[in-house]
Design a protein around this ligand. Structure first.
Ligand code: DC
Length: 220
């Protein structure tokens, strides 16, 4: 099949969407976009401007530049909260929509986020919804921020509470809430390692008639 392949990878925070989406993009020879970075970049710009992330962030979203996405300080707990708050604003989502659609439309792509299969690419031929238990996600997030160290239980409880609060906010917002598309296939990453998750996803891609391999060239 030669149709443009868009793979939508959605799910809650720290479920392993990024790990899967990056590996899938490589296996399929497609460009990859971490759409969470867009909201993190907008949240970061609001904080840097001394503005509350609850204030109108549409202007900062329209002013977002590639350099805002390359910063090394986009994964702090402060930016986690700011990103979730700006992501609830319709003006922010509207400002970021065309870029995301254009990215996937050019050559096909793998995109990960919260609303890729429901809003950005509702016709994507492959939609995956990656989940994992709260304790597994809390530990994953903590290890991402503290490589090579071991967390204590109290710390993990705090991280878990923050993740759950953010997921609740992302799922409860009126515009483009976090939810699985009706035709998404759910992958529980608790019971699989990264390789197992990738193999499951590649089987789904094949079942939809797309052959793995570098059939598309990355644009970025
Ligand atoms: O995937 P992430 O943790 O980097 O996302 C950061 C925040 O951005 C998250 O709280 C929800 C929001 N987001 C969103 O609303 N829609 C997306 N497509 C991606 C992220």
């Amino acid at each position: 099949m030669t149709a443009r392949l868009v793979v939508a990878v959605d799910g809650p925070a720290a479920a392993g969407k990024g790990t899967l989406a990056r590996a899938l993009a490589e296996a399929l020879g497609l460009p990859y976009l971490d759409t969470g970075l867009l909201y993190r970049g907008v949240g970061r710009r609001m904080l840097d401007a001394g503005l509350s992330p609850e204030a109108d962030a549409g202007g900062e979203a329209r002013a977002l530049l590639p350099i805002d996405l390359a910063r090394s300080d986009l994964r702090t707990p402060e930016v986690d909260r700011a990103a979730s708050l700006v992501a609830a604003q319709p003006a922010v989502r509207a400002a970021l929509l065309a870029f995301q659609r254009g990215f996937g439309a050019a050559h096909g792509a793998v995109l990960d986020g919260r609303d890729i299969g429901t809003v950005i690419f509702p016709d994507a031929p492959v939609k995956l919804f990656v989940t994992a238990s709260v304790p597994a996600r809390a530990e994953r997030r903590w290890r991402q921020l503290n490589p090579g160290r071991n967390p204590d239980l109290g710390t993990l409880r705090v991280v878990a509470a923050e993740l759950e609060a953010r997921d609740r906010a992302d799922a409860a917002r009126a515009v483009a809430p976090l939810r699985a598309a009706a035709d998404a296939v759910e992958i529980d990453s608790d019971r699989l390692d990264a390789r197992g998750v990738l193999e499951t996803a590649l089987d789904i891609v094949k079942a939809r008639g797309f052959a793995p391999g570098p059939h598309q060239r990355p644009s970025l």
